[in-house]
Write a protein that binds this ligand. Structure first.
Ligand code: ADP
Ligand code: UVW
Ligand code: MG
Length: 369
């Protein structure tokens, strides 16, 4: 039987998984939906079925690798998870309320249902452990830094996948590279020598770009204003994480496809704001890098939305960015594709991400060590 690792990305209502052999693509990927209403017994039954299916597919499961959004100061490399680690990670839940509780509920369910199997945690924040001090610091009272108030960065599994994939396609991958992970959550990462040197998400997964339902950066004065009007912390959290972004601005949907298909002016406004924010932050990271050698797009929007890629490329024309319209519109997100014109000073790539592959590979390394 093929040795395999099950990579799990437990979200608020679904559990996405992939069964990975040591090398190459997933043997099997899938999604279990409707978990929020299902209860613990149903979850445990679903996991037992999953385990049974793995065996049916000729795979011997060695471990389960979990994507965990926040690793805080302490978890900067993949590690085996037990009840004590889980408890420490629970303390970070307020910093990533859309993700961390569900990620950890997923781990707890697997620990209970499959106690014989190693559970491995892989942290979105870990890829950004290389951020320099000026990227990590918050420009406020330095006493707050002692409480762990600093910038971390997220989407690390996705960025690691791109950082390891791009060199197979581009001789520029070791240079000044801008990675754009544009999905439900969205962020940018600046790479130099394949390492993260700047990123748009910070202390929480709220900073930076406008997202599906999250605001991204906004003037902290807005929060003070709302607090003085009597808004509670919970109400602010709901606004910033769930009722902002594409959904909040359009009043229609968080889904880029729905907005592209809509004739409502508010849908166009939401897309324009999303695009503007991307361009603004891309310009900032290009300045940090001192110019660009390559840009790579990933995530549901980055991989599929040719119009957005074209607008960003047009906005960065002053840096010598030239898109090739035909390869751009032909890129489907099913393979790595170059989309720059022959005379572009900056290479442009679409790289379909595979966070599960990165998590599985970390689990194999840990088991082999
Ligand atoms: N063909 C497409 N054109 C434009 N946007 C798309 C397309 N396919 C998916 N998307 C967008 O990608 C986003 C979801 O990205 P994804 O990376 O799958 O999210 P997550 O993994 O964070 O749930 C949604 O806004 C969706 O509309
Ligand atoms: C960190 C984050 O925003 O993740 P996602 O894009 O999966 O929501
Ligand atoms: Mg995602």
């Amino acid at each position: 039987m093929t040795e395999a690792v099950l990579a799990v990305n437990a979200g608020s209502s679904s559990l996405k998984f992939g069964l990975y052999p040591r090398q190459g693509a997933a043997l099997w990927t899938g999604q279990i939906e409707g978990l929020e209403a299902a209860g613990e017994a149903a979850f445990s039954a679903a996991l037992q079925r999953l385990l049974h299916d793995c065996t049916q597919r000729g795979a011997r499961l060695l471990a389960v690798a979990h994507r965990i959004v926040h690793g805080g100061e302490a978890f900067i490399a993949p590690c085996r998870l037990d009840a004590a680690a889980l408890q420490r990670l629970r303390a970070l839940a307020p910093l990533a309320p859309l993700h961390q509780p569900h990620n950890l509920d997923g781990v707890a369910a697997f620990l209970q249902a499959l106690p014989q199997l190693p559970q491995v945690g892989c942290f979105d924040t870990a890829f950004h452990a290389t951020l320099p001090a000026v990227e990590r610091a918050l420009p406020t009272d330095r006493a707050l830094a002692a409480q762990g108030l600093r910038r971390y960065g997220f989407h690390g599994l996705s960025y690691q996948y791109l950082a390891q994939t791009l060199p197979q396609h581009s001789a520029r991958a070791g240079g000044r590279v801008l990675l754009a992970h544009l999905g439900n959550g969205a962020s940018l990462c600046a790479l130099r020598g394949g390492r993260s040197v700047a990123t748009t998400m910070g202390f929480s997964a709220l900073e930076g770009l406008m997202m599906g339902t999250r605001s991204g950066s906004l003037d902290p004065g807005v929060l003070l204003h709302l607090l003085r009007q009597g808004w509670s912390a919970d109400a602010l959290e709901d606004l910033l994480y769930r009722r902002s972004g594409l959904k909040g601005v359009s009043g229609l949907s968080a889904d880029m496809r729905t907005l592209r298909a809509s004739t409502e002016p508010a849908a166009a406004e939401a897309i324009a704001l999303f695009t503007h924010r991307c361009l603004r932050e891309a310009g900032a990271l290009a300045a940090v890098l001192g110019g660009l050698d390559a840009i790579a797009f990933t995530g549901g929007i980055g991989e599929h939305d040719a119009a957005l890629r074209a607008e960003l490329a047009a906005g960065l024309a002053h840096l010598g960015v030239r898109l090739d319209p035909s390869t751009n519109s032909a890129a489907r997100g099913d393979r790595v594709a170059a989309i720059h014109a022959a005379d572009s000073a900056v290479e442009l790539w679409v790289v379909p991400t595979d966070e599960g592959r990165v998590a599985a590979q970390a689990a194999f390394s840990l088991l082999d060590a």
